[in-house]
Design a protein around this ligand. Structure first.
Ligand code: IFG
Length: 523
């Protein structure tokens, strides 16, 4: 009898010990700020070993009543309210009360760069300081990552919301950190593009390159050339309905991107990759006959008629209308794979198109082949395949946007088991996507030559947002860290552990991510 009683007591004790451990793990009091798993890794983190606690009284205070700071406070509150159930009132004050989150432009003059920020966390106050709204926005992404991954859930979670105390000082290495979405091969609507903007901005990506035209589709309304979308936008790779953005929808995307401190870079690819335009207007063809719509995936067979004046009226109308809707400073003129354009025709075309872009107060971006021509001041060449083109661009004094196809082309399969994607640039598992440094990758190209980094997603084989997410995550956080964090702080063994702690965060955000076997995904 006694033995039975003892076994019952020990069983009860064991159960209560387990429960105690579970509760304490769940409400795990973070005490080491330097042990957090922030991506991109910050420049410096100093822990002070205590914690700051969010509760129903926590207010988000702003140092001045500027609209932009108020909008940023509201953006932060919207991120924190659903999972905590707290109100997070937004208040303007010079003296933030104990227990509040304080967003301020004050005292930030020493913070380097527009996007730099500091987060100072004590038991009593969490202060996010920056000298620009973009810096506050980048710092908010860090604050999100200092809270348990459950903060990203859309329903109220039990448990406490604590942040380890200490100081973070952070700012980016490169000022342009981007991904590209090809909406031409397959079309993706406004909501899908907004989703990409939300997910990319959570990892401090600050630009989205939209590949708006190609052989298979023209995806942006041009009022002076309506057939480009009415006919040229009517199909896609594999056939069936295509789609396009009206100018109002494109403007909605630009506004939304601006609210997430992401710059939209529109691309009209030319003189090659232009079959959709050539099918829409016979007069754009050298032989005066419109081509047929194309739904295949071959590249390099099309060219605008570089010898006709109407071509430049066409380009001018297109650049003018899109530039007027684009708040960012860049217009991407494409220029890749113009195998159907004679070199002696390609060069003056690319030079003249840059001048057209400048006349509409934008600077040109173009794939690395554009360096065959004279690059205008401010033009940036996007390195994707030819080191020779890249070096020629640098020799002209141009900066390089680094998107090496063998490292950054996220339309490549992860490995042979990946159902979607291409293989021509090789498999790109997450370690390969992470393990490169733009400043040393190409002999002769150094950090000062580099404008930034970009991970392009071409969509010949991608047909919906779930597939977009699968190819983007987890490789985009890798490219985000390459673009943001100092090379001295970057190493695969550390990154893979931090990335492993983002799996739950991806799940809380509803991301359909690739669960690479190379990453120790945390429970
Ligand atoms: N190269 C083509 C893209 C796309 C891509 C698919 C560039 C600059 C192969 N051009 O990359 O249009 O087809 O991986």
């Amino acid at each position: 009898m006694i033995r039975r009683k003892l076994s019952v007591i020990s069983g009860f004790l064991a159960l209560s010990v387990i429960t105690l451990i579970q509760v304490s793990c769940k409400s795990g009091t973070p005490s080491d700020l330097s042990g957090e798993h922030i991506i991109p890794v910050p420049v410096s983190v100093v822990a002070t070993g205590d914690y700051f606690r969010l509760d129903e009284k926590t207010a988000i205070c702003i140092s001045d009543g500027s609209d932009e700071l108020r909008q940023l406070a509201e953006y932060l509150a919207e991120r924190l309210r659903p999972a905590t159930g707290f109100a997070f009132a937004v208040k303007t004050t010079k003296v933030p009360p104990k227990g509040s989150i304080y967003l301020t432009f004050a005292g930030a003059d020493s913070i380097p760069l527009e996007e730099g920020y500091t987060v100072t966390i004590t038991k009593k106050l969490l202060t996010l300081a920056a000298k620009s709204p973009a810096g506050i926005f980048r710092g908010i992404q860090t604050i999100r990552q200092l809270l348990p991954s459950g903060i990203e859930l859309s329903s109220v979670q039990q448990g406490e919301w604590k942040i380890a105390t200490g100081t973070i000082v952070d700012y980016p290495v490169y000022g342009y950190r981007s991904t590209m979405l090809d909406v031409a091969r397959h079309f993706f609507g406004v909501e899908d593009v907004k989703r990409v903007i939300d997910l990319a901005s959570a990892y401090k990506i600050n630009a989205l390159h939209l590949h708006l035209s190609d052989d298979q589709g023209w995806r942006i309304e041009i009022k002076s050339w309506p057939n480009l979308t009415l006919y040229g936008g009517s199909t896609k790779v594999g056939g069936g309905d295509g789609g396009y953005f009206t100018q109002e929808q494109y403007s909605e995307i630009v506004r939304y991107a601006d609210s997430r401190y992401i710059t939209i870079v529109p691309e009209i690819d030319m003189p090659g990759h232009t079959n959709a335009a050539l099918a829409s207007y016979a007069e754009l063809n050298c032989n005066g006959r419109a081509t047929k719509l194309y739904t295949g995936t071959v590249v390099g067979f099309s060219t605008l008629c570089t010898g006709k004046e109407i071509t430049y009226r066409f380009v001018d109308d297109v650049v003018r209308e899109i530039s007027a809707l684009t708040t960012g400073p860049y217009f991407h003129i494409g220029g890749d794979e113009s195998h159907a354009t004679k070199k002696e025709d390609y060069i003056p075309f690319v030079e003249r198109v840059q001048d057209i872009v400048l006349s509409h107060n934008k600077k040109s971006l173009g794939w690395d082949e554009i360096s065959l021509g004279l690059l205008r001041p401010g033009t940036v060449a996007q390195y994707w395949s030819s080191a020779e083109n890249a070096k020629r661009a640098v020799s002209q004094g141009a900066k390089l946007l680094m998107s090496p196809s063998s490292k950054a082309y996220i339309d490549m399969k992860y490995d042979s088991t990946t159902a979607i994607g291409y293989t021509w640039a090789g498999y790109i598992e997450i370690d390969k996507a992470y393990n490169w440094d733009p400043a040393t990758l190409v002999p002769g190209i150094v950090r000062d030559n580099i404008f930034g980094v970009e991970a392009p997603l071409w969509t010949e084989t991608i047909t919906n947002i779930r597939e977009i997410e699968f190819m983007i995550f987890p490789r985009l956080p890798a490219i985000a860290e390459i673009g943001w964090s100092p090379a001295r702080l970057r190493n695969w063994d550390d990154f893979k552990v931090r990335l492993g702690n983002h799996g739950k965060r991806f799940e809380a955000m509803g991301i359909n991510y690739y669960k690479s076997a190379l990453v120790p995904w945390a429970d």
